[in-house]
Ligand binder design. Structure first.
Ligand code: 13P
Ligand code: ZN
Length: 269
């Protein structure tokens, strides 16, 4: 059977980038079994030939109505599928969906009827808001980074911007490359509309949010951008934990050093 990627080089390149990042998630130990999910808005990469492709699934409900998504196309990791498999076979472990005109349902159009991730409500709610705002962001990534999730098990890190300040102060690049910091979403049932709503609210102010005792959820220009922001936060968490393991509380960069960085890199305050 012909893959949707054949003859569509821009879409193929995007899916190859998703597969590359899926490999990084697995290699980092952030993607046990089917852990984590990726969705990318590929509407701009879809031509008339793809728009005319018939549905290969029944009509499925999203669970929420999202008018901004009418006629949009998304690549979605499949529910229950493994990142380590997606890295090698992205179109067997994910699929492309078309949002229908009622804006509350979708069909799968390619390559196989692989059901999208159980976190679809969170991903699509965020994509709809990005479109409404005219944002250039096209990708959302959810993953289970070990050190960051471990830190979310202590109340002392869950106050507003407590973790942001701590992680920024571990190494200068973290504020440079994750300038909005890390938002906190209190524990909420995975896959629920309540989690989608809480995620959307927190992503108003941040590019990456922590799902307490579960994982992180990031938005980015593309899948690599979303991954990079999680990666720099995770690096800082590792430095903090390594210092603690050596038996001391790390000093962290001073407020003056952070302020100097903010000015030099023209970062938001
Ligand atoms: P899916 O396999 O449905 O994508 O779920 C993985 C996950 O991490 C849920 O939070
Ligand atoms: Zn998860």
């Amino acid at each position: 059977m012909k893959s949707i990627l054949e003859g569509h080089s821009a879409l193929k390149a995007e899916v190859e980038k998703i597969a590359e990042v899926a490999g990084y998630l697995w290699q980092n130990g952030w993607a046990e079994r089917n852990g984590g999910n990726i969705t990318v808005n590929v509407t701009d990469l879809v031509d008339d030939e793809i728009r005319q492709l018939p549905a290969i699934s029944e009509v499925k409900q999203i669970g929420v109505s999202l008018p901004a998504l009418k006629g949009c196309y998304f690549y979605c990791k499949g529910t229950g599928k493994r990142m380590r498999d997606l890295a090698r076979w992205p179109m067997d472990n994910g699929s492309v969906i078309r949002i229908l005109d009622d804006c509350a349902s979708y069909v799968i159009i390619a390559d196989h009827p692989v059901m999208p991730t159980s976190e679809l409500p969170s991903h699509l709610t965020v994509h709809a808001s990005l479109i409404e705002k005219g944002s250039p962001y096209k990708a959302t990534v959810h993953t289970h980074p070990i050190e960051l999730v471990a830190m979310s098990h202590s109340k002392k890190f869950l106050g507003k911007d407590v973790l942001t300040k701590l992680l920024w102060s571990m190494i200068p690049e973290t504020k440079a490359f994750c300038p909005l910091g890390l938002g906190i979403v209190p524990y909420t049932l995975p896959g629920s509309n309540a989690l989608a709503e809480a995620t959307l609210k927190e992503l108003e102010d941040y590019d990456v949010v922590m799902w307490e005792k579960h994982g992180v959820f990031a938005k980015g220009l593309d899948v690599m951008d979303a991954f990079d922001q999680i990666d720099v936060l995770s690096k800082s968490a590792k430095i903090y934990i390594n210092a603690k393991a050596m038996g001391f509380e790390p000093d962290g960069m001073s407020d003056e050093q952070l302020a100097e960085m903010t000015l030099a890199f023209s970062l938001p305050k």
